[in-house]
Design a protein around this ligand. Structure first.
Ligand code: SF4
Length: 65
């Protein structure tokens, strides 16, 4: 499976990558470059609402803040 086309510009990672409080690499491994990519909550939100999700919405669906 190829990496998510949004990976370089994904607002979630722009905000949280590198934050000592939040570990984001696991999300990338599982969702963005891994087997759960088709289940990403950010992609699902956009598909269902037509609107971009909050930058706080993680790929698992848990809201960061
Ligand atoms: S969080 Fe979702 S939309 Fe963002 S890069 Fe990963 S798979 Fe793509």
């Amino acid at each position: 499976m190829s990496d998510c086309e949004k990976l370089e510009k994904c607002p979630f990672f722009i905000k949280y990558e590198g934050s000592p409080e939040f570990k984001t690499q696991g999300f990338k491994n599982l969702y963005c470059t891994g087997p759960l990519q088709s289940q990403c909550a950010r992609i699902d939100f956009k598909a269902k609402t037509g609107a971009p999700p909050s930058e706080n919405l993680s790929p698992s669906g848990v809201e960061f803040c």
